[in-house]
Design a protein around this ligand. Sequence first.
Ligand code: SF4
Length: 221
Amino acid sequence: MPRENAKARHARMHEEYAILCETYPHPVCALNFTNPFELLVATMLSAQTTDKQVNKVTPELFSRYPDARALAGANVQDVERIIHSLGFFHTKAQRAIDLSRALLETHDGEVPSTMDELTALPGVGRKTANVVLGNAFGVPGFPVDTHVIRVTGRLHWRTDWRTPHPDPVHIESEICAVFDPADWTDLSHRLIFHGRDTCHARGPECGRCPLAGTCPSAGIF
Ligand code: SF4
């Protein structure tokens, strides 16, 4: 592929995103939630496991502990029992309780709706904050997870695509600079869908990928 300047790359990114929009017309958060508190806790629990696994445990968790006040006063062993199947359950149970206590102390039990306030909470990083902002509050957010890192790298959507361990904050700022803020959350969902469905970590299915016509990495695996 000839060397591509920034203008051409940005144009290709928009073309490829249009294809992703056709391929995944209904981008939604895969975690089940009914309010910002549930999404915040569910996202925290989703580290190192799948959203499907989290969705199996959260109905019991939120029926016993429906808000920050209830979870802040929970018995840690009871929370561990409920989330046991997720792995790292000791750490996650304590983190969920600590997070709820912080929400109670600093925000009267409500989940804040700004990046700075969210990332000031214990155990909440930019990825979790962006998930909550974009999906619970409708505030533009671009969560960068392992699928987003892999797919944007293979597509050369970012200039550091050769870097083995790129900085998620840099990825977020570089990709967000090219797209309208109104698209950020759905763009992240669609990249995640594509990573799960086709552009797998091992054995990407380039032969049936709708982006294969322009993807610089098509067929090189
Ligand atoms: S062509 Fe292959 S490497 Fe490129 S996005 Fe599609 S599956 Fe991934």
